[in-house]
Design a protein around this ligand. Structure first.
Ligand code: GLP
Length: 240
């Protein structure tokens, strides 16, 4: 595991975006694993800048997002599909047919999970971007006595709903369930980029990187992966 600490989030964002640019230069048809939440927003901004400068093209890339809320249509203001359009997809040359997110409003959610896994099995994710939840979740894999390997439906923890309530009119509007890629699928990526920002994540980051490997802290399973790069700002890295 490689750890890099940055003085400013803007330096971190630039570095992370450049890693994606390098991956796409080396392999234009890369499969990118993408994430939502506030953490990657700055990285997406830098990717867009690189695209606008002509330094990067997504034309041949394929993307898979980690998760989506159950019950929100793709055009719902707070759906992750809408998030990705707003923060990245609408601004780059990535053809719409090459982006993938789980469908949170599928009639048959179990079939949707199986379908997502099938698509993920057809290709390896070259570089997987991950944020970190305050309880150690990755994607929406919440701490539990056991974790699922493949894509599945999760009940969101109250703390997770509270953390994400800032994006909704009220906590009651935050969905109670999500579809998420499983930890097994996440760990199959060739390389993983875990990005953590802010003082409030310092404790859980330390636990994830230096604590025991346990399903009670899903991010700790990243310790078992051979190619993880952890990018942190000074605040998030203060306890390491
Ligand atoms: C969300 C997402 C995760 C994200 C995490 C942290 O609920 N499902 O993929 O990494 O929580 O979010 P943030 O970056 O806003 O702190």
């Amino acid at each position: 595991m490689q750890l890099k600490m940055f003085e400013t989030t803007s330096e971190l964002d630039r570095y992370a975006a450049q890693l994606f640019a390098d991956a796409l230069k080396e392999k234009p048809a890369s499969t990118l694993g993408l994430a939502t939440g506030s953490t990657p927003v700055g990285i997406y901004e830098k990717m867009i800048e690189l695209y606008q400068q002509g330094d990067i093209s997504f034309k041949y890339a394929t993307t898979f997002n980690l998760d989506e809320y159950v019950g929100l249509t793709a055009d719902h203001e707070q759906s992750y599909a809408r998030f990705m359009n707003r923060h990245l997809f609408a601004h780059i040359d990535l053809p719409a047919g090459q982006t993938h997110l789980p469908q949170g409003t599928a009639d048959d959610l179990a079939a949707e999970c199986a379908n997502y896994d099938r698509m993920l099995e057809e290709r390896a994710v070259d570089i997987q971007l991950l944020g970190l939840g305050h309880n150690g979740h990755i994607g929406f894999n919440e701490p539990d006595r056991e974790l699922q390997s493949g894509t599945h439906i999760v009940e969101l923890e109250q703390a997770t709903r509270e953390a994400n309530a800032r994006f909704f009119a009220s906590i009651d509007d935050v969905p109670t369930q999500a579809i998420t890629m499983g930890v097994g699928s996440i760990l199959k990526a060739e390389s993983i980029l875990l990005v953590v920002k802010g003082s409030d994540k310092a404790g859980i980051l330390k636990q994830a990187l230096q604590g025991p490997i346990t399903t009670e802290c899903p991010a700790s399973l990243l310790q078992t992966h051979k190619n993880v790069t952890v990018l942190v700002d000074r605040e998030a890295g203060r306890l390491l």
